[in-house]
Design a binder for this molecule. Structure first.
Ligand SMILES: NC(=O)c1ccc[n+]([C@@H]2O[C@H](COP(=O)([O-])OP(=O)(O)OC[C@H]3O[C@@H](n4cnc5c(N)ncnc54)[C@H](OP(=O)(O)O)[C@@H]3O)[C@@H](O)[C@H]2O)c1
Length: 202
């Protein structure tokens, strides 16, 4: 399979690459600053250019998407827009643009997170974007042509991110990012569509 991995060099992306690595697959690792391909998911033209250069693909998986953390009464217009443009619409436009480039039976895998279901302090923008992306996946699955599939992986905080923002997640039990990689593998290699694959204790 020829698979594009957006955000391939991030915390989750590295484990997703490890899970999908194999002689039967060609991985195109993409990111804004490094990789086989450069893309900014907040920019539709950049997504189109990456897909054009890649040619026909069998799967596209996304491990990118920024969310702002701030209390409801303090969150700024810029922070809302950052979250909506990146985590939500970045993924929506990536999925939408990918449809025409996917071979029959291909797949799209997006990312949400536990904040879709469990709130934390300063997590209101993340909860909004995560739930919205899950709604998008549920509905988009019903419209995809040619046996294409779409799913979303929803991890809890991973062990590798505990140092950076574990303090936002008191009492949440982190999981190894390797488990998240396996959920992505299930989306790419499996048969499910329109599903939320939760990873960790919810
Ligand atoms: N880590 C966790 O515990 C966890 C848990 C649940 C959900 N999530 C979600 O999973 C996603 C990935 O998290 P992570 O911890 O792996 O993040 P990360 O370590 O910061 O990695 C994100 C990757 O995406 C790329 N990227 C960022 N913005 C991009 C853009 N606009 N266009 C293209 N590539 C972009 C970055 O590379 P460049 O800077 O080079 O572009 C980087 O390689 C996020 O949406 C996050 O909310 C993470």
């Amino acid at each position: 399979m020829k698979i594009i991995i957006v955000g391939a060099h991030g915390t989750l992306g590295k484990e997703v690459c490890a899970a999908l690595q194999g002689p039967e697959h060609t991985l195109i690792k993409a990111g804004r600053k490094a990789g086989d391909a450069r893309v900014d998911i907040t920019n539709r033209a950049s997504i189109r250019a990456m897909l054009h250069d890649a040619g026909r693909i069998d799967a596209i998986v996304n491990c990118a998407g920024t969310v702002a953390f701030a209390p409801l009464q303090e969150i700024s217009e810029e922070q809302w827009q950052l979250t909506l443009n990146s985590k939500l619409m970045g993924q929506v436009q990536l999925a939408q643009e990918a449809i025409a480039h996917l071979n029959d039976g291909g797949s799209i895998t997006l990312v949400s997170g536990i904040l879709a279901e469990k709130p934390i302090r300063a997590g209101v923008a993340a909860s909004l974007a995560n739930r919205a992306i899950e709604g998008f996946v549920m509905a988009a699955a019903t419209e995809l042509p040619r046996g294409l599939r779409i799913n979303v992986v929803s991890p809890t905080i991973v062990e590798e991110s505990k140092q950076a923002y574990g303090h936002f997640f008191p009492g949440f039990i982190p999981v190894p990012a390797q488990k998240v990689g396996q959920a992505y593998k299930r989306c790419v290699m499996g048969v499910e569509s329109g599903q939320i694959l939760r990873v960790g204790e919810f």
